[in-house]
Design a protein around this ligand. Structure first.
Ligand code: HXC
Ligand code: NAP
Length: 279
């Protein structure tokens, strides 16, 4: 689908790029010619990923906690020193767990809001200032969720933090467009990763139920999300900013439509209804 040099000449930083969807995006960006930097808290995880992906193109990594503005600054300094510039920031780092909200402490909220919302703000603000000061254009891609817009019980710290990320995306797209800075978000539905599934899918029964609510009948493949991200950070998407693109196999529209539960009715029932109508 893509030209092999789609992202040639672009330096991309992915927070949370050592694992899961961040890693999948990094792998795809490298294939398409980008230079890659990844960050996360665990140096050993980053080192292994950089090593495994590094055959394709250069990969830089630095252990960073995005909740710490001083560490974010140091990361952006290091990327600029390594590659001479940063063209694309992907805010992908996140934390999440499932729990009835009344069981959570304020520190549990702080943990998630700190990673997801503060982390995204710190990275975006610091890099945005650098682009504006140096008169360079830039691209920010934020990884949100479908429930950032709908809300969701049992993941309330994540839902409020991701809603903030979506608002940041739209607000800064409006304010920073004049500087040539584009911001978009992806709202993924379920994409099995070790990080998400180990924390969010406590039973096999829940996994089965989840797939049952997806019109396309399956969960997402990492490469599908990575391809969408590649397009959005590429110059082909140069006129797209302030948007949130959903990639969820139709899960959110299915959940939103009052009568979609009629999926449960068999053809026999529909036949009987039709016969009754014709009587
Ligand atoms: C309730 C919890 C909890 C849990 C931690 N806490 N885990 N409360 N249920 N499962 C509480 C703790 O008791 C503590 O409060 C506070 O949160 C901080 O806990 P720490 O362990 O000190 O936090 P920290 O070391 O910062 O770790 C953050 C973390 C951890 C989020 C808790 O899981 C993590 O590092 N996650 C990173 C990766 C991740 O979550 N990936 C999933 C992304 S998937 P007290 O009061 O006891 O001090 C995603 C969207 C998926 O985001 C959508 C799927 C469809
Ligand atoms: P993941 O593998 O657990 O990814 C989360 C990453 O964030 C990890 O690499 C983690 O590395 C990093 N991270 C966590 N806290 C950090 C911090 N304080 N500072 C820096 N890095 C930190 O889970 P994933 O499923 O790939 O999730 C990736 C993104 O997709 C997240 O934004 C998530 O919300 C979103 N998403 C996922 C799904 C899904 O179904 N998988 C659905 C919707 C949205 P360290 O632990 O080493 O720091």
């Amino acid at each position: 689908m893509f030209e092999q040099d789609l992202l040639a000449g672009k330096v991309v930083l992915i927070t949370g790029g050592g694992t899961g969807l961040g890693r999948a995006m990094g792998e795809r960006f490298l294939e398409l010619g980008a230079k890659l930097a990844i960050a996360g808290r665990r140096a050993e995880v980053l080192a292994q990923t950089a090593n495994e992906l590094g055959a394709l193109n250069e990969v830089f990594f630095q252990a960073t906690d995005v909740r710490r503005p001083d560490q974010v600054e140091s990361l952006l300094d290091a990327v600029a020193e390594r590659f001479g510039r940063l063209n694309v920031l992907v805010n992908n780092a996140a934390g999440n767990f499932v729990s009835p909200t009344e069981r959570l402490s304020h520190r549990a909220f702080d943990a998630i809001i700190g990673i997801v919302l503060h982390g995204t703000v710190y990275c975006t603000l610091e890099q945005g200032k650098r682009w504006i000061k140096s008169h360079q254009p830039g691209v920010v891609l934020n990884i949100a969720t479908t429930y950032a817009q709908s809300g969701s019980g049992y993941v309330v710290p994540s839902a409020v933090a991701k809603a903030g990320v979506v608002s940041l995306t739209k607000s800064l797209a409006a304010e920073w467009g004049k500087y040539g800075i584009r911001l978009n978000a992806i709202a993924p539905g379920p994409f099995p990763t070790e990080g998400a599934w180990s924390r969010l899918m406590p039973t096999p029964e829940l996994k089965r139920k989840l797939t049952g609510r997806i019109p396309l009948g399956r969960v997402g493949e990492h490469r599908e999300l990575a391809n969408l991200a590649s397009y959005l950070i590429s110059d082909y998407a140069a006129y797209i900013t302030g948007d949130v693109i959903t990639i969820d196999g139709g899960e959110s529209v299915w959940n939103a439509g009052e009568f979609n539960i009629l999926d449960e009715l068999s053809q026999d029932v529909w036949d009987a209804l039709e016969r009754a109508r014709q009587r």
